[in-house]
Design a protein. Structure first.
Length: 462
């Protein structure tokens, strides 16, 4: 049975496979700077759920609060995963939860709906079983046992290191928010609005958007614990990594109904380790102290909504999704050295890679996708000094240069004649001491698909 939670998984492995190719290009330009952006404001929330895993034992200790398989089965329909979820791969020890994956001596035959698979691993997962119903559940929403509505969701964990492991921390149901999906040196977060035979006031034509992040430190995810957080509000999703906001998403109007919380260790069909482990320090959920103001049904309907399952179709007329703006700040540090910091990553490009913040800050390369959805770039530099800038190629030759007046943000627009490739951006505040800042900039495009014969043909002319 294909369910709401499994709707998008047919293409997950395709998204990862075609995007890992960008990592090698982007990793060369990331350098640390002072972290910017506000951390989660826990004071506005009250603790609703806290799983600290302080008692040693097996899955029977967690059974009153967690399930160890999906409600529809022990694998996902239409995805390239090869794990069989079971509580035998769930243990707590020394204040940590261990979700393990073990390769089977012989594949296990498993049928899910009309699909028959040969699964090569047993693996662990948790699926929330919240007692009762969320107190903030909107009236039109159906009962969702174990589901959570608007709030803040956080996990602190150390990821597996084996090739082909696919850990995830996510909310699933009538919508889907993948707070963290990791594989082989990076991770992504994803916002999905499911259709599932009904419709809701979704504002964006594109119903899914995944953004991906990488670390420049080898073994960064498998050797250290990190926190992955989502703040879910009406009209906005904010994703955090170690308390730093790395994505602010406003392109989706989600249904607002409670979703189930899941943490799992999946294994791709091409996974190779005999055994792998995901270690979890805690899982915590906060609820807003004050119910958010939100209208469940908005838009231009041909007839009034009649219950949850019979919502009429609403077509956005002339709607343009909110534009993305990547906001940076250029300012001197305590020693007078200029520092360039990313402060607000608003509606970043879907399927785009960005470097992660480190303990000393966040300085991902400027990525200029030649796509319709590419966000604008805004640089705030304050003070009374004008900004001098220059764009050079990798050999240091100046291609473009100019100045921007003080007192207003600089919003660069790069001409179309600049070919895709790697560049360097020089930034300097006039009439101020100290060296300039050099920052990597990449113009990314996707080649037009042409027949092989066009690539192999001899060039025209002498």
């Amino acid at each position: 049975m294909v369910t709401a939670a499994s709707f998008t998984y047919l293409s997950r492995w395709q998204r990862w496979a075609r995007l890992w190719l960008l990592v090698a290009l982007l990793a060369s330009g990331a350098a640390p700077a002072r972290a910017q952006g506000p951390p989660p404001n826990y004071a506005d929330y009250k603790m609703l759920w806290a799983e600290e895993f302080n008692q040693d034992g097996d899955s029977t200790l967690l059974a009153p609060r967690w399930g160890f398989a999906y409600p529809w089965g022990r694998n996902i329909v239409g995805n390239a995963e090869t794990e069989y979820y079971t509580g035998t791969e769930v243990h707590t020890r020394g204040g940590l939860l261990y979700l393990t994956a073990t390769r089977l001596a012989q594949p296990r035959r498993y049928q899910l709906g009309q699909e028959v698979r040969q699964l090569r691993y047993t693996a662990g997962m948790l699926h929330s079983l919240l007692p009762g119903l969320d107190s903030l559940r909107l009236a039109p929403c159906p009962p969702t046992p174990g589901g959570f509505g608007y709030g803040m969701f956080e996990i602190r964990c150390r990821l597996p290191k084996g090739y082909g492991a696919f850990p995830a921390f996510w909310l699933a149901g009538h919508d889907e928010f993948d707070i963290m999906e990791a594989a082989d040196g990076g991770f992504g977060n994803n916002a999905v609005a499911h259709a599932n035979g009904y419709w809701r006031p979704a504002l964006a034509q594109a119903q899914a958007c995944q953004c991906l992040f990488y670390s420049t430190v080898p073994g960064h995810f498998s050797s250290l614990f990190h926190t992955y957080t989502l703040r879910w509000e009406p009209g906005q999703l904010t994703f955090y990594f170690d308390g730093v906001p790395i994505r602010r998403e406003t392109r989706f109007r989600t249904l607002g109904c409670p979703l189930n919380l899941i943490v799992n260790l999946a294994m791709w069909n091409w996974a190779s380790p005999a055994h792998d482990t995901m270690a979890v320090d805690y899982i915590r959920v906060w609820q807003p102290r004050h119910p958010p103001a939100f209208s469940f049904a908005v838009g231009d309907y041909r007839q009034p909504p009649v219950g949850y399952g019979a919502m009429p179709r609403w077509e956005p007329r002339g709607y343009v999704p909110p534009p993305g703006v990547q906001t940076w700040t250029l300012a001197p540090d305590s020693l007078g050295r200029l520092r360039l910091n990313l402060t607000d990553n608003h509606n970043p490009p879907c399927s785009g890679w960005q470097a992660l913040p480190t303990t000393t800050g966040w300085r991902t390369p400027w990525l200029v996708p030649r796509l319709r959805e590419a966000p604008a770039t805004q640089l705030n530099f304050g003070g009374t000094a004008d900004l001098a800038w220059a764009l050079t190629d990798e050999c240091g030759r100046v291609l473009l240069a100019g100045t921007a007046p003080a007192g207003q943000p600089w919003r660069p627009h790069w001409p179309e004649w600049l070919p895709p490739g790697a560049y360097r951006l020089q930034l300097r505040l006039l009439k101020t001491p100290g060296p300039a800042v050099w920052h990597p900039l990449y113009i990314v495009d996707f080649p037009t698909l042409t027949p092989d014969s066009a690539w192999l043909a001899a060039p025209a002319g002498p």
